[in-house]
Write a protein that binds this ligand. Structure first.
Ligand code: WTA
Length: 572
């Protein structure tokens, strides 16, 4: 892949001196930023909200919320009070003790944020669930976690099989005209009546705060537990990587049902005292651009799929909005195609900064931080305090340019604490030498940049050549006819595997034999002959996770007539 570096856009950057900081940095330096370093009293929600509410930031807007029907804002002082009230309600009516699981199953709304912060203030472990989950997915997660309290909406409660959940004792509903019973309460009515002062439950740094369920390659959702201590890294990466400054207006487009929506939709921005924009409702390009214009968003964190969808909406749409406030744009969740980076340069005049991390890692690890030269297609370099390497299956560190397992040396503050109810699964992530093995394959170039190749189980071996599906997909989407592409290895008696591409075309293109030939030649010429898909199949849409990853597992199951496994994380 071409080693292209784009110049840095000027800004007041943190981490200007990466090399030096990398050499000398120690995570314990960050602790002094928090109240608990002096008082010994730890609570993530206190540090995120109350600390600012008791400072010069008390009347600064903490939350701008908007959807098609609502537009509201809350200062840090107001958010402190709302979350205190929520905490009092959850504690009193939910009978919550430290470590109990409180699940929150609702679409984005200010109430969701009151609930999350309030529950954390009670010392509970919060399990956020995507509103799109159907009954089976909700049941699995509430059962596995043994959730005692559920906060949901009147519209979603029908998807909660209450009778099959013996651990679930109390339900709070958000909505109109709620009928209260002994175990079911009108959340906002109770909140309105509650005291705005609350006594926060102080916890140990390693007590649980958030439980995110995520799907593994085996298909069983697993509960990844994060602890209060993760705040150290949320805070520091919000400074270094998001580059949040006092005057910034920050917008993270992720839902809190996904780890990006908590680590960087709640904690990163608020721990640094930043004004945080939350947009509810469905994706609509115009509404998104208007959000940037209306709030003067300066720092924007989104995902490749969203960028590609905006790209698909056309460059004319961009021109109708004033997006000049944007200072820093970031991406996470799946490979950021060089094509998208170039589009970002063209329409926003901003480089899109890729960041790599996982639900299990809790926070960003390998990143393009603002002062760094970007090589489009690379995830960047490990942040200070993080040691990353490419290792082989025996745990040996490989030299530059060799593809292998992307691994991280244990010891970063936001690392998962355990897998809920499954210590064995947790152990299985680690290799001798204290390496956390990500399940991603990648290589590192001579300059220390990391290049994503695919999930380990997705790597294609064709005629003895290793091919990363991402490289092929990236090339494919550069073709003008192609909107989306998913590439898998299809077993082949002669070649081991051949490359098969599933392709969704852009509007106005017809799936013809001619086009197939043209696409093959395009990849052959643009990438490598062995990387050109031998088989191409056109589909209306490709299966994707809610976080926008093309589900190759599902493509493979289609191809081989196998069961598709757990589809609870699928978009539709
Ligand atoms: C993938 C998301 C390429 C990767 C925060 C990882 C990426 C998985 C990138 C974790 C990136 C995440 N480039 N791939 N910048 N970021 N991934 O748990 O395969 O939803 O293992 O966490 O997404 O996805 P998860």
């Amino acid at each position: 892949m071409k080693m292209e570096a784009l110049p840095s856009v000027k800004g007041d950057y943190n981490l200007g001196d990466y090399e030096n900081t990398y050499k000398h940095f120690d995570w314990s330096e960050v602790e002094k930023e928090f109240t608990w370093s002096k008082t010994g009293k730890v609570n993530l929600a206190y540090e995120a909200i109350d600390r600012h509410a008791e400072s010069f930031r008390k009347n600064k807007v903490a939350l701008y919320y908007k959807d098609e029907n609502r537009a509201e804002k809350y200062t840090f002082k107001e958010l402190k009070e709302w979350s205190n009230k929520a905490a009092n309600v959850i504690k009193e009516y939910g009978n919550i003790e430290k470590g109990d699981r409180v699940f929150i199953f609702m679409p984005r709304s200010p109430e969701l944020y009151f609930a999350v912060l309030g529950a954390i203030k009670t010392g509970a472990i919060v399990g956020p669930l995507f509103e799109a989950f159907m009954e089976g997915a909700v049941r699995d997660r509430l059962t596995d976690s043994g959730a005692k309290v559920l906060i949901t909406t009147q519209a979603l409660i029908s998807r909660v099989p209450v009778d099959e959940l013996p651990d679930l004792k109390h339900i709070f509903l958000v909505g109109e005209n709620i009928e209260e019973t002994e175990t079911q309460y009108d959340f906002m009515k109770k909140v309105a009546e509650a005291d705005k002062n609350c006594s926060i439950e102080w916890v140990d740094r390693n007590d649980g705060a958030i439980l995110h369920y995520t799907s593994g390659s085996t298909g069983n959702p697993k509960g990844v537990l994060h602890v209060h201590n993760a705040m150290i890294q949320h805070y520091q990466t919000a400074k270094w990587v998001l580059d949040l400054q006092e005057e910034d207006v920050y917008w993270c487009t992720a839902d809190p049902g996904w780890v990006t929506g908590t680590s960087y939709g709640i904690f990163g921005p608020w721990l640094t005292g930043t004004s945080n924009v939350v947009v509810g409702g469905r994706f609509k390009p115009e509404f998104w651009y208007k959000t940037i214009e209306d709030y003067g968003v300066t720092v924007w964190y989104s995902a490749p799929t969203a960028f590609r969808m905006l790209m698909g909406a056309g460059d004319e749409a961009v021109k109708q909005y004033d997006l000049r406030s944007l200072r820093h744009v970031l991406s996470v969740g799946e490979p950021l195609n060089p094509e998208v980076v170039r589009w970002g340069m063209k329409v926003f005049n901003r480089r899109i900064h890729d960041t790599w991390w996982m639900t299990e890692t809790g926070a960003q690890l390998i990143c393009n931080y603002p002062s760094m030269l970007i090589k489009p297609g690379s995830m960047g370099k490990p942040i200070p305090g993080v040691e990353a390497a490419i290792i082989d299956d025996q745990g040996n560190v490989l030299p530059p340019n060799r593809m292998g397992n992307l691994a991280i040396k244990k010891g970063w503050p936001a690392m998962m604490h355990t897998i809920w109810n499954n210590e064995q699964k947790y152990e299985s992530y680690f290799m001798p030498g204290d390496w956390y093995v990500s399940g991603d394959s990648a290589y590192m170039d001579e300059e220390g940049y990391f290049w994503f190749q695919g999930r380990v189980d997705d790597v294609i071996m064709t005629s003895g050549e290793r091919v990363g599906p991402f490289e092929v997909e990236s090339k494919l989407v550069e073709h003008p006819a192609i909107a989306e592409a998913g590439v898998i290895g299809k077993p082949d008696p002669v070649r081991g595997e051949i490359i098969k591409a599933f392709i969704a075309l852009r509007d106005g293109y017809e799936p013809t034999q001619e086009l197939i030939e043209e696409i093959r030649t395009f990849v052959k010429q643009g990438l490598a002959a062995h990387a050109a898909p031998r088989e191409i199949e056109f589909r209306e849409k490709l299966p994707k996770t809610r976080s926008g990853k093309i589900m190759r597992r599902v493509l493979k199951a289609w191809e081989l007539n196998l069961p598709t496994g757990d589809l609870s994380s699928m978009e539709d």
